[in-house]
Design a protein around this ligand. Structure first.
Ligand SMILES: [Zn+2]
Length: 307
């Protein structure tokens, strides 16, 4: 499975507007609260999987001791009868080492954390991180500049001056492998570490379909002409709010040229090489992303002939 997918929670979206129900669940001792400090979730070592970690879900009593009453608190959903929330504790100084959370765990950035916890928990932390990140950046109305107020348990912000409503955003990104027979096209971004090659990617622009964005990005970044575009899978990518849409595109030739503004290098990799690369090996000076990234899964699915 692809990390950040497969969220096990029932989002119970009809409950978000019931402020009384939300408030009661926030205080219910059986509820679970995931604290995020400066966008990093709390983790603790997992007795079930060693080495490994699990989300540092807290009781409302402990979580309430570390955050002010006006800290952003988001209803993530229900796990059975239990409500699960995310809480922004960024105002705390050093919560892993002092105060009520000292000794209860450690904070890790969301990308690292997603590789440490069970996959169903990675999806929960991705939801929490994307939402809290959005709230941190949307405290003011983009229409009139006045402060906005959190509503609906974290799924809306309301401008109290002009009454404009603002909703958590999801930004679609296409990420694709151009395929020509037994080879696929990967690129090394200018900021990538040496040897790291990945699928090409770019934001979908207003007025564009997924297929059009795939064709445009391959033309812009690689001067590659492609025919049929097929969808493979999507991945929520909370950095800060992307939805990665993984596709394959049939190349019309192997004649490509890297856009120097974006890419350091392009390479066609043959299928047997791709099969080695997905095991984490370096081959001919090339590595590909680890399984946390959908690019890995695109390369894997093609390398193994699953598409
Ligand atoms: Zn406004």
């Amino acid at each position: 499975m692809i990390p950040f997918t497969g969220n096990p929670l029932d989002r119970a979206s009809d409950k978000r507007v019931d402020a009384g129900w939300i408030e009661a669940r926030r205080r219910d001792p059986s509820s679970l609260i995931l604290p995020l400090w400066r966008l990093e979730p709390l983790l603790r070592d997992s007795p079930a999987s060693n080495p490994g970690a699990e989300l540092g879900l807290l009781s409302p009593e402990i979580a309430g001791a570390v955050a002010d009453a006006d800290a952003v608190c988001i209803f993530l959903g229900l796990e059975g009868e239990r409500a699960v929330f995310a809480l922004d504790i960024s105002a705390a100084g050093d919560p892993a080492n002092e105060g009520p959370l000292a000794g209860l765990g450690y904070f890790r950035d969301a990308r690292t954390a997603a590789q440490l916890v069970p996959i169903r928990e990675a999806a929960i932390l991705g939801q929490a991180k994307a939402l809290i990140d959005w709230h941190q950046r949307h405290g003011f109305c983009p229409r009139c500049g006045a402060p906005t107020k959190i509503m609906d348990a974290g799924y809306r912000r309301l401008c109290e001056r002009c009454r404009a409503e603002h909703f958590p955003r999801v930004d679609p990104v296409v990420i694709m492998l151009a395929i020509d027979g037994e080879a696929c096209l990967v690129g090394r971004g200018k900021q990538f570490p040496p040897g790291m090659f990945s699928a090409l990617a770019g934001f979908i622009e207003p007025g564009e379909t997924i297929e059009e964005a795939v064709r445009r990005e391959l033309m812009e970044e690689a001067s590659a002409r492609v025919g049929a575009v097929t969808y493979h899978a999507t991945q929520p990518w909370p950095f800060p709010s992307s939805l990665m849409i993984g596709c394959f595109a049939q190349a019309e030739s192997r004649t490509v040229q890297a856009d120097e503004n974006e890419l350091a290098e392009l390479r066609w990799i043959e299928r047997p090489v791709a099969r080695e690369l997905i095991t984490g090996k370096e081959v001919d000076g090339i590595r590909v992303p680890p399984p946390v990234a959908i690019a890995h899964h695109l390369i894997r699915a093609w390398a193994l002939g699953e598409v």
